[in-house]
Design a protein around this ligand. Structure first.
Ligand code: ZN
Length: 667
């Protein structure tokens, strides 16, 4: 289902509700995206647009890849902290025990702890890394353990004692980060011992180095020496990896093409041997597969959780290409020269021949390991630099996850949009076109913006110094803003309506002048490059357009608003600033770049900043979101033959967590 269809279902809700008694049993009048919320978290569910267009074989391929992904769950739990699985098993036993009085406030506190534990894949906040604690008393928790027949054996101390495992990856500025971190990547060794170990091993002259230490735990042996224990079949995590390989082998049987088959074969060999050369070989094949519809991530991928940035957390992802959305970037890319030739910048700074980038847009089918329930909305892999340089990389944006965030926000009683938009008309404009116009602006920014323009001969690529990132982001954003409103976009069939761009313009100004400051602490300057770029553009246009009232500041009930009054003139201002920033970059005019950033991008009006933070706080929004997966179920005919696989959308977060614990529990 594409996005427009989804929105039609929502607006068609009233009509359906009226005839609901005739609807088939169990059919819901509208799809609800947010299914649970607690602490600082909310849980959503996503749909899989395009699933129904897959062939039976593609569905089967995706199904086995998803099974393989889910079997890795326990690996991540154990990697995050070696006592995580013990705690989870105890919590699962309590949740499944009969005869508990679940209506008491104390039990509800326990329930919140359980949900947070599942969300974070362990005892530490998924984002902040700090250990969190149950709000119910330790005595009460002890009574639950007893009622569920679970022996304490130090569990309560692990859960309640703040000095045991205080942080997953330590953020201390002094001390030994390896020993202070709760992650289960090292045991009995100091940071110095680990560093010495790898310094001896790493060959700095190897042009194609393996990712040393990516898939091992470092320990000290009885002989006092440092050893690596591999995560492989026959080593650590063997029961989980065996299950993963079993499912990957089934997937391989029904893969879409020979590249996928070869890649899966290498991945299975790698899990069997732990040989990192095979991991590289797998990645090289994986990058080559750009023709398949179904794609996946499965392995020890990102090293963010390791204080030394070497050990990778287990992650799984299954996705299908969004042909409709990918078509957009393909069209832009094919017309790259037209956009370059018609841009408002000085012809001297334009590229004679320009090549667009066509990024792939995908829809998630299954999130797993480090991507579940909290997931990124864009992915760029593999991580090895030399593979990226020699063989390329895959860069994707995940459309159904982004859409779910937007649609779930619309379900909430409060939203930043409704708080900061001046009136109903502005809200409706954003609800009608906001998501799509924003995606199209991002496509223009990524596919064409960064690649446009050229430096004059002799100008250094590093001429803009510390202002380079913010100015470069501003240049790409302005290129996108200018063209979002161009009639060419409607002509190419990318923009559905000549008015749709207004949603992006209003949103951009509102965000650049106000909303984004919700992410900056009061009294602090605006320092992040993308946020600086947005403030620079919005402030510059506000000031330069003041005499024509292009953007007007309004105050209603003591609250400040910024309203776009003249969209045509605003577009002309975007063109003017694009032209100037391109000149600055092309000529290497460091002083002019510095002056723009310092005047418009850094300092936040303290009065306005305070107001924005207060208004945001009052909305009481959950800052972090995560997702449950649709269950992909085989459909059998009367002879017991599988005729289809269909996604079933659960609305039971805890239910999915308990199901996964039972079905995919391996360690
Ligand atoms: Zn960018």
């Amino acid at each position: 289902m594409n996005k427009l269809a989804t929105m039609m279902i929502i607006s068609g809700m009233a009509a359906l509700a009226a005839s609901c008694q005739y609807a088939p049993k169990g059919e819901e009048p509208a799809f609800k995206y947010t299914i649970d919320s607690f602490a600082d978290l909310k849980v959503m569910r996503y749909q899989i647009p395009g699933w129904e267009n897959l062939s039976l074989q593609q569905k089967e391929y995706a199904y086995y890849l998803a099974e393989a992904a889910k079997y890795g769950r326990d690996i991540l739990w154990d990697q995050n902290c070696k006592d995580n699985l013990r705690v989870r098993h105890a919590v699962e036993a309590i949740l499944e025990a009969d005869g508990m009085d679940t209506q008491t406030p104390e039990y509800q506190d326990f329930l919140v702890y359980a949900k947070r534990l599942f969300f974070s894949n362990g005892m530490h906040h998924h984002y902040a890394e700090d250990k969190f604690f149950p709000a119910c008393s330790q005595e009460y928790f002890a009574s639950l353990l007893e009622a569920a027949g679970v022996q304490d054996e130090g569990l309560l101390d692990i859960i309640y004692n703040p000095s045991i495992y205080p942080q997953r990856r330590s953020t201390e500025t002094s001390g030994d980060l390896v020993q202070l971190s709760a992650v289960n990547f090292y045991e009995g060794v100091t940071r110095e011992e680990v560093e010495n170990y790898y310094n001896k091993m790493v060959d700095k002259n190897d042009p194609t180095p393996i990712s040393y230490g990516l898939n091992t735990k470092v320990v000290k042996g009885a002989d006092g020496k440092v050893y690596e224990l591999p995560w492989k079949i026959g080593g650590i995590y063997s029961p989980a990896l065996e299950k993963i390989c079993e499912q990957l082998a089934k997937a391989r049987e029904v893969a879409e093409n020979d590249i996928q088959k070869k890649a899966l074969g290498l991945l299975i060999d790698y899990y069997n041997t732990g040989d990192l050369k095979l991991w590289d070989a797998f990645n090289i094949e994986w990058v080559k597969d750009t023709i398949g519809t179904v794609d996946f991530i499965n392995g020890f991928i990102e090293d963010y959780n390791d204080p030394l940035g070497r050990k990778a957390s287990w992650e799984g992802y299954v996705n299908i290409k969004d042909f409709e959305a990918s078509k957009r970037t393909e069209i832009l890319s094919a017309n790259a020269q037209w956009f370059e030739d018609n841009s408002p910048v000085d012809p001297r700074f334009k590229k004679k021949t320009v090549k667009g980038i066509s990024a792939k847009v995908i829809n998630a089918v299954c999130l797993a390991g480090d991507s579940y329930p909290s997931t990124p909305i864009g992915i760029n892999l593999p991580n090895a630099d030399w593979i990226r340089k020699e063989h390329g990389s895959k860069s994707v944006t995940i459309a159904n996850i982004t859409h779910t965030y937007d649609l779930a926000a619309q379900e909430m009683p409060t939203s930043t949009l409704r708080e900061f938009a001046y009136n109903k008309k502005e809200v409706e404009l954003a609800q009608k076109w906001g998501t799509l116009a924003d995606e199209i602006h991002t496509d223009l920014h990524e596919c064409l913006g960064h690649g446009s323009g050229q430096l004059l001969p002799g100008v250094s690529t590093t001429a803009m110094g510390e202002y380079a990132s913010a100015l470069e982001e501003a240049r790409a954003d302005l290129f996108g803003l200018y063209y979002t409103a161009d009639p060419k976009m409607v002509e190419l069939g990318i923009m559905p309506d000549p008015e749709a761009y207004k949603a992006e313009y209003a949103n951009y100004i509102r965000n650049g002048l106000m909303v984004q400051f919700t992410r900056v602490e009061l009294g602090r300057p605006n320092t992040e490059a993308h946020m600086q770029n947005r403030k620079l553009i919005a402030e510059w246009c506000y000031e330069k357009g003041a005499k024509d009232k292009v953007i007007v500041k309004k105050v209603k009930n003591g609250k400040t608003y910024f309203v776009v009054n003249d969209y045509v003139k605003l577009r002309a201002l975007f063109a003017e600033l694009l032209s100037e920033i391109q000149r600055i970059k092309s000529e290497g005019d460091y002083e002019a770049g510095k002056a723009l950033i310092e005047k418009y991008a850094v300092n936040i009006d303290p009065q306005l900043h305070k107001e924005v933070l207060e208004r945001y706080k009052a909305l009481n929004l959950k800052p972090y979101g995560g997702f449950v997966n649709p269950e992909i179920r085989p459909v059998y005919n009367a002879d017991g033959v599988i005729t289809d696989y269909e996604p079933v959308y659960t609305d039971d977060y805890l239910g999915q967590m308990l199901l996964y614990g039972k079905k995919y529990g391996t360690l």
